[in-house]
Design a protein around this ligand. Structure first.
Ligand code: 5GP
Ligand code: ZN
Length: 114
């Protein structure tokens, strides 16, 4: 996926502040943070949106959430609270078409979201 920004980050062809990596998953700091902690957690496999998740991606998707929880414990904000956001397509302002969890923490969040 040569035109995909997050594939390039996963392939180390673009720099990023990586906070976690394993065989299937990469987590790195968002370049425009919306909270004191704002990390993007991605599958290394190119999947454009949640609409495109196939049954065989289920374990990988579960691993994204497990990675977010690992980072929450490691960051010391698991008990206080944190948020995961996944934007899908235009109405949700998805800008990068490679599935990513936004892991947000370090402040209180509004509910319902805007
Ligand atoms: P989306 O709107 O697609 O859900 O979120 C895309 C996110 O990627 C945004 O929060 C944006 O700040 C972040 N982003 C865009 N370009 C880059 C980049 O080159 N590096 C990093 N680390 N984050 C990026
Ligand atoms: Zn990609």
């Amino acid at each position: 996926m040569e035109d995909c920004l997050f594939c390039k980050i996963a392939a180390k062809q673009m720099p990023a502040k990586i906070v976690h990596e394993d065989a299937d998953t990469l987590a790195f700091e968002d370049i425009n943070p919306q909270a004191p902690t704002h990390v993007l957690v991605i599958p290394k496999k190119h999947i454009p949106t949640l609409n495109d998740v196939a049954p065989e991606d289920a374990a990988s998707m579960g691993h994204l959430f497990a990675t977010a929880a690992l980072l929450a414990r490691r960051g010391g904000f698991a008990e206080r609270g944190w948020r995961v956001v996944v934007n899908v397509n235009r109405d949700a302002h998805q800008l990068v078409f490679h599935v990513h969890l936004h892991l947000l923490a370090g402040r209180a969040f509004h509910w319902p979201p805007g």
